[in-house]
Design a protein around this ligand. Sequence first.
Ligand SMILES: [Zn+2]
Length: 298
Amino acid sequence: MEAQTKTLIKRFLVPLLFANLAVFAGYIQFQPDFLMHINFYDVGQGDSILIQTYLGNQILIDGGPSDAVLGHLGQDLPFFDRTIDMIILTHAHNDHVAGLIDVLKRYRVKKVILPEVAFESGPYKEFLNLIEEKNVERIFAHAGQRIYLDSGTVFDVYYPYGKVAGVTSSGKYQLESDDLNDTSIVGKLSFGKNKILLTGDAGINVEQQLLLQYDLDSDLLKVGHHGSRHSTSKEFLKEVTPEYSVIQVGKNNYGHPTQETLDNLAAASVQVFRNDQNKTVRFVSDGVNLYPVRNPMR
Ligand SMILES: [Zn+2]
């Protein structure tokens, strides 16, 4: 072979071959690994959780207060995957909804689950407008619904009980609950034997009602309301008996998480992960065991 041809092969063809192999290897990695991945993103003071089911469906629960969620999705989802199967908005506060606006702009979202409540705020309105504009299927959550995330993964809605807003005489929606936090979607995500309790920002009065009605027993608890003292009562923990908990918390002026909540978790021997200390917190479940992992999804 001529020296010139050899150089050509070395310089262009060999790197090209390796580049192809790298893309192929990447593609294999993106295939569902038959594990459920639960990622609690570090988005500052706010909630954002990406679930990838064992068959590869992606469900985003809340979007945090900013577009920080996009960086996390960009890292975790393959570059060719621009679809999110479902968004669950727990409630309309900015630290849950704002990041979802950017997600709706950048990704094709198939379905949005949200509480039936109206709240006058710019980001929430923009979120609702985008859903309408993009013709995203919208489902109002109410207790008793079972939402299939794939053929083996379900999300059972425990709360709210129904419509939590009324319509005024002028045709405008009005909030019936005094506290928007108590309109949060609460429910249990089940994959095989593993259960995860998702609470949004629901307070102790909601917890109190739920523990009378449901089997709350779970492996993992998303601690309510960023570790506020208005959530996560001792009685509630006694029913949930989680092995792990995650507090989605960042820099804040509310004193979250409060010592009271941390003490309650410690007294119940629950292992605590915090986004302000541990950054993004990741778990994996094979349907029998659920455990924390260090590595990103891919
Ligand atoms: Zn919040």
